[in-house]
Design a protein around this ligand. Structure first.
Ligand code: SAH
Length: 353
């Protein structure tokens, strides 16, 4: 049996499946899910992320979080957490860079929020030199000051899609035609949660909704509001999504999200307005392009410093990595950064309210 057989059997028994349900099964089904069964990152895998491109990304994020911790009066103990840590590379770079900040490492309890057993094992290897606490959901974060990072995590949360029809909405669903999975539309229904979107959409427009976002963020914002800290969120997307951004990637190329479920990475653009709305009771910063954020934190100076020790192909790939992270035509503009922090406190460096 494959995940495709399993999904087809479910649709036969229960009818068309919601997209978030399909996406959740494809990514996290314990036996066949994409993240559950593999390490998808890097040149050999399906996609590459900023921390895998260059150590500079995690170093600058680590120093930004440590600076915010100092600005907050160095609360101790505190939680240093990451959502969806992949291979653990970002956290390793954060810990290396922040080790020079007096008191930071001693006061930090490192917590990794990860749903995949396979990736949890990779993270444990990468971070073998550190004490880390693995958890599967943000509810399990300790009740203390929280400094958190999430890179390319929210794009993996399951979405629903709705197509406008008059004042109602038709939900996009996965159904069956003969033995093949196909996308279809449910009946038009009112959607109270989409009331605002009646103002900026027309008949036939498609909007996306990520319901998991608020349940993931609620425990995070509760801890920051109560004890202090910040959450730094980096992902691709923009303020308010409009249109179909659902995509599947396999071996660094786009593929059909309905083909061979469980074998491709499924993502959608992150709606930063939805993150800002879920920020309460915390404040949120402006959404800032990744390139601008990294430049403000001094990536060019760091790149020049690292370049002094490099020659030949290593130097070329270092220069290319700097460009890739920051250039507007590469990741610099597509990726955005937002931070959540306590009302009335300064945001982390590199961002403004
Ligand atoms: N942040 C890493 C990896 C991004 S890939 C990097 O930048 O390289 C997405 C990560 O989120 C993977 O570790 C995946 O297993 C994890 N993940 C996806 N959905 C999740 C969920 N609902 N709960 C917890 N972890 C999840």
């Amino acid at each position: 049996m494959s995940l495709q057989d399993h999904i087809i059997a479910r649709i036969r028994a229960e009818g068309p499946m919601r997209l978030d349900d399909y996406m959740h099964s494809c990514l996290l089904h314990p036996r066949w899910g994409y993240y559950a069964t593999r390490d998808p990152l890097g040149a050999e895998g399906d996609f590459t992320t900023a921390p895998e491109i260059s150590q500079m990304f995690g170093e600058l994020i680590g120093l930004a979080l440590a600076q915010k911790w100092l600005d907050d009066g160095a609360p101790a103990p505190f939680t240093l957490a990451e959502l969806g840590p992949g291979r653990g590379t970002l956290m390793a770079d954060i810990l290396r860079a922040s080790a020079r900040v007096p008191g930071f490492a001693e006061a930090a309890e490192v917590v990794l929020v990860e749903a995949s057993d396979t990736l949890r094992a990779v993270q444990a290897r990468t971070l073998a030199a550190h004490a880390v606490t693995p958890v599967t959901t943000t509810d399990a974060l300790p009740d203390q000051a929280l400094y958190l990072v999430a890179n390319e995590f929210f794009d993996a949360l399951p979405i629903r899609q709705f197509v406008r029809d008059g004042t109602g909405w038709r939900e996009r669903q996965v159904g069956l035609q003969e033995d093949a999975l196909v996308l279809g539309l449910g009946p038009a229904q009112p959607q109270p949660a989409l009331k605002d979107r009646l103002e900026d959409t027309r008949d036939g427009d498609l909007v996306e909704v990520c319901e998991a976002l608020s349940s993931v963020l609620a425990p995070v914002t509760a801890r920051i509001a109560r004890h202090g800290g910040a959450a730094l969120i980096v992902d691709y997307g923009d303020w308010r999504t409009l249109g179909d951004t659902w995509q599947a990637v396999h071996k660094h190329a786009a593929t059909d999200p309905l083909k061979a479920p469980g074998t491709a990475d499924l993502t959608a653009h992150v709606d930063f307005e939805a993150i800002a709305r879920a920020a309460a009771p915390c404040a949120h910063t402006r959404v800032t392009p990744q390139g601008v954020f990294l430049e403000r934190l001094g990536i060019t100076q760091r790149a020049q410093q690292l370049a002094r020790g490099l020659t030949g192909p290593a130097l070329n790939s270092h220069v290319a990595a700097h460009r890739r992270l920051t250039h507007p035509q590469e990741m610099g503009n597509l990726f955005k950064v937002i931070a959540l922090h306590r009302q009335g406190e300064a945001p982390p460096p590199g961002l403004e309210t």
